[in-house]
Design a protein around this ligand. Structure first.
Ligand code: NAD
Length: 271
């Protein structure tokens, strides 16, 4: 496990099995969440995108006792079929899924939303970043006869205009709305669905957004707490939502951003 973070140990996830989707490297939000869930006793399988990532993901998985690595491209029905069949073979039943996946073409994440958004790019972002959670929820629910928890990652660009976030902001709005509809459909089965709206964090995804580094710095500077979002905070929220602590919370978008989203004016604007 990374010694960069300090995750509380315990047994809140003891006896719970599930899937963490979206570990690309040791900066991934999915990785921080996996470390926290493992520190609380969860039995975890990872899904990863493509052979090239496997070399990076394998040693990370081994370091926290994750034995099952499943290749999965969420934009392919065949790959999703295969991945969930493997998950069923491994566990039979599961208790949680962490969906930490998004993608948009780089040219859609810069400049003018109106000028730079293409039909193809818009649909690609929607497919991978929003529809994939609906598809995951449907497949995961079949493996959750005793209820469970689905958690996805979103960002404030769904609610407010964040320069350059563009198409991804629209996809995140669809993801958040999907979370509410999933929560309604699967609620009677004891399956909860929630989204964590994390503040800007320095990951591969952030690097893909034009001005991403500046966004990270400003988010810390202008947040209510005057600090950047911590991995411990995001992973702690995921632990709450994935564990039984999260009973009765569903359809929610939980902001974990050091209070960046509540600010109306920055101190600079206040004068
Ligand atoms: P990341 O690049 O580490 O993770 C993104 C993951 O998506 C990668 O593992 C990548 O392999 C996966 N992915 C992309 N296309 C895929 C596909 N077709 N099939 C399967 N997997 C695919 O970056 P991250 O910041 O950890 O992103 C995780 C989630 O958190 C994303 O939904 C992102 O939008 C969200 N988020 C990030 C931030 C931030 O500032 N980094 C803030 C809020 C929300």
């Amino acid at each position: 496990m990374s010694d960069e973070w300090n995750f509380p140990k315990g047994d809140l996830m003891k006896g719970k099995k599930g899937l963490v989707m979206g570990v690309a490297n040791d900066k991934s939000i999915a990785w921080g969440i996996a470390c926290q869930l493992a520190a609380q006793g969860a039995d975890i399988a990872f899904s990863y995108m493509g052979e090239s990532l496997l070399r990076r993901v394998e040693p990370l998985a081994a370091s926290i006792g994750v034995k099952h690595l499943i290749e999965c491209d969420v934009s392919s029905d065949a790959s999703m079929d295969d991945a969930f069949a493997k998950l069923k073979d491994i566990y039979g039943e599961i208790d949680f899924v962490i969906h930490s996946i998004a993608f948009a073409n780089k040219n859609e994440l810069q400049g003018s939303f109106v000028e730079n958004t293409t039909r193809e790019g818009f649909l690609l972002a929607m497919n991978i970043s929003a529809f994939s959670f609906v598809d995951t929820a449907r497949r995961a629910a079949e493996l959750m006869p005793n209820g469970g928890s689905l958690v996805t990652l979103t960002y404030l660009g769904s609610e407010r205009v964040i320069p350059n976030y563009n198409t991804m902001g629209v996809a995140k709005a669809a993801l958040e709305a999907s979370t509410r509809y999933i929560a309604r459909d699967l609620g009677p089965k004891g399956i909860r669905a929630n989204a964590i709206s994390a503040g800007a964090m320095r990951t591969l995804s952030l690097a893909g957004i034009s001005g991403g580094r500046g966004l990270h710095a400003k988010s810390g500077q202008f947040s209510a707490m005057k600090e950047a979002t911590s991995m411990e905070g995001v992973a702690g929220a995921a632990l709450w939502l994935a564990s039984d602590l999260g009973f009765s919370t569903t359809g929610e978008v939980v902001h974990v951003d050091a209070g960046f989203h509540i600010m109306g004016l920055s101190e600079e604007q206040e004068g």
